[in-house]
Design a protein around this ligand. Structure first.
Ligand SMILES: *Cc1c(COP(=O)(O)O)cnc(C)c1O
Length: 229
């Protein structure tokens, strides 16, 4: 077995333990393997070990990998900061975008989604617990953004995503994830049919699952350290 196979098994065990501990079904939590900064061989190994969903942050690296494993039945999630000059390629190559934080980007992705493709799955990135970063819609603006995104024909609004500031304190981790869950529940109560909370990474996936994560985005715990690019 490769390290990646072992690591994947260990991460799946962490997910199952965290879900079971709070009475959730482990199969309700999708593992997204974040392969940014990793070579093609790492993706091939993970896919051979049964991993289907992969997350990438940098379009150029991602496109090469997606082409490299074309027709393999893998799903690709864009999780990096999205600039408007990159939307066309993202709309053509990916199945999900987790980082939509403006109406402008959402409209471009919808218009540029190839008509033959299924609607692009979208999460709205919400700025939780970190005023310093510019990425993500402010929580108080999320409802307006959801209302603008939901009707777009090329997109399917699936849910919310956050990257809270790192903390080793589980209670702080949970408080951030709880804020996103509370917002998610409020939007659902307003009638948005969303099913996805994308939150939790290698260091804090247990706290995220305890607060309702349905996708955890895990890089280093699966692949080890990233190459500097
Ligand atoms: C890199 C990255 C991850 C994975 O982080 P790890 O700590 O390596 O698990 C998850 N989400 C986003 C948005 C990332 O950029």
């Amino acid at each position: 077995m490769t390290d990646i196979t072992n690591n994947l098994q260990a991460v799946r065990k962490r997910i199952a333990a965290a879900a079971t501990a709070c009475g959730r079904d482990p199969s309700d939590v999708m593992l997204l393997a974040v392969s940014k900064g990793q070579p093609m061989a790492a993706i091939v190994n993970a896919a051979a070990a049964g991993q289907r969903d992969f997350g990438e942050n940098y379009l150029q690296d991602a496109t090469a990998k997606i082409l490299g494993v074309a027709d393999s039945g893998l799903s690709w999630h864009f999780i990096g900061h999205l600039q408007s000059n990159k939307t066309r390629e993202v709309a053509a190559s990916f199945d999900w975008v987790h980082t939509v934080d403006s109406v402008r980007i959402a409209r471009r992705l919808s218009d540029q989604r190839p008509p033959a493709a299924a609607p692009l799955n979208i999460c709205l990135q919400v700025r939780i617990g970190d005023e310093a970063t510019k990425s993500g819609v402010r929580p108080e603006d999320a409802a307006a953004l959801a209302a603008a995104v939901a009707p777009l024909g090329g997109l399917r609004l699936r849910g919310l995503m956050c990257i809270p500031p790192p903390s080793e304190d589980q209670s702080i981790q949970r408080a951030h994830f709880a804020s996103l869950r509370t917002l998610f529940e409020a939007l659902r109560a307003d009638g948005f049919k969303m099913d996805t909370l994308s939150m939790g990474m290698s260091a804090d996936l247990e706290a995220a699952i305890a607060e309702g994560a349905t996708i955890v985005r895990v890089g280093t715990a699966i692949f080890g350290p990233r190459r500097k690019s």
